[in-house]
Design a protein around this ligand. Structure first.
Ligand code: DAH
Length: 349
């Protein structure tokens, strides 16, 4: 009788443990079948009233069943716990990924990097200077004296006069936003002696009425090569080499007489049209040539201004527009697009 009872408890417990879905249900089963108030416990307690023979038979059976139920519950708990964890850590590897928004370089940065690469491969150094300049470096040192009408060629933004507050004599100049990169020439030469080859790319500012080819903020890259016997032939060759590499085709260059206070003689620098190769098309207004920028042989007055002896060195310099090159490269027809912040434009690069 007792034996049957024990076996019945065992089957009932096994059935319930099998069906249990949570740890809570298993805990309840444990209380119900093995707890102090469980029927099973009552049986165990009553064992002492049995005959020795019966004790010998029922005792081990009861203990074995108790152990078995306990083990079954433990096993079931383990399985439920591992299922819960798996549920939590489930990764749906078939779900579409979240697209990471990737930025990219601005077209002017791309072009500037390329310019720097080509020149460094030709042994040039990259020089830098401040965008907020003094009038000494922007004009005086470049052979454009105070009150000289040549200054009118640069529509300069002057910064509100702070001179009286500045103790350093050298800085008691008018302060301005540099209208060209040429001041870097003077700054570099004050610290270095020829021979050297530098380019100085950077931002410039002019008080312009903007249109499709003029912007108040733009970039130039200055070149300066100085040594004992640098001549215009060197200049023509380096210019041609650079533009042929930049546009990845053989180009011709042309120098036309011009005037800049800091060069003597001065040139306008043209390259054969990158679209038609010189035959004449709408890009070059049927001339076969594209204007690139100003250049010349460094005026001895500039060398003197930075402390070199007159007629000791020779050099050439130029100031070319980075936007102009980017516009030719990418066929952009309005310079104002570069700083427009218009994503429809920027996302094309
Ligand atoms: N600084 C001149 C400008 O912005 C460009 C220029 C012309 C630079 C001749 C030079 C040069 O170095 O030699 O208009």
């Amino acid at each position: 009788m007792l034996e049957q009872k024990i076996l019945n408890i065992k089957t009932r417990a096994a059935g319930e443990i099998k069906k249990a879905q949570s740890e809570k249900e298993l805990f309840d089963s444990r209380v119900k079948y093995l707890g102090r108030k469980s029927g099973f416990n009552k049986i165990l307690k009553s064992l002492k009233n049995l005959s020795l023979e019966e004790k010998k038979k029922i005792g081990p059976l009861a203990n074995a069943v108790k152990k078995e139920i306990d083990e079954e519950i433990k096993k079931a708990e383990k399985i439920i716990r591992s299922k819960v964890d798996l549920e939590k850590e489930k990764i749906d590897i078939t779900a579409p990924g979240k697209k990471i928004k990737r930025g990219h370089l601005h077209p002017l940065t791309i072009v500037q990097n390329e310019i720097e690469d080509i020149f460094t491969s030709m042994g040039f150094e990259i020089a830098d200077g401040p965008e907020v300049e003094t009038e000494f470096y922007a004009f005086d040192a470049l052979n454009i004296p105070k009150n000289h009408p040549a200054r009118d060629a640069w529509d300069t933004f002057f910064i509100k006069d702070q001179r009286s507050k500045i103790k350093d004599q050298n800085l008691r100049e008018k302060i301005l936003l540099r209208p060209h990169t040429s001041p870097v020439q003077a700054r570099y030469m004050q610290k270095h002696k020829p021979p050297f080859r530098i380019i100085a790319p950077g931002r410039c500012f002019r008080n312009e009425a903007t249109d499709s080819s003029h912007e108040h903020t733009f970039n130039q890259f200055e070149a300066l090569v100085a040594g004992d016997d640098i001549n215009a032939g060197h200049f023509k060759y380096i210019g041609q080499e650079f533009f042929s590499r930049f546009f990845k085709k053989e180009l011709k260059v042309r120098l036309r007489p011009s005037f800049f206070p800091f060069t003597e003689p001065s040139f306008e620098f043209d390259i054969s049209c990158v679209v038609c190769g010189g035959k004449g098309c709408s890009t070059c207004s049927r001339t076969g040539w594209l204007e690139i920028g100003g250049a010349g042989m460094v005026n001895q007055a500039v060398f003197e201004a930075v402390g070199y002896p007159r007629n000791r060195y020779q050099g050439f310099a130029w100031g070319f527009g980075v936007e102009r090159l980017a516009m030719m490269r990418y066929k952009i027809d309005d310079i104002r697009l570069f700083y427009s912040g218009d994503l429809r434009f920027i996302d094309q690069f």
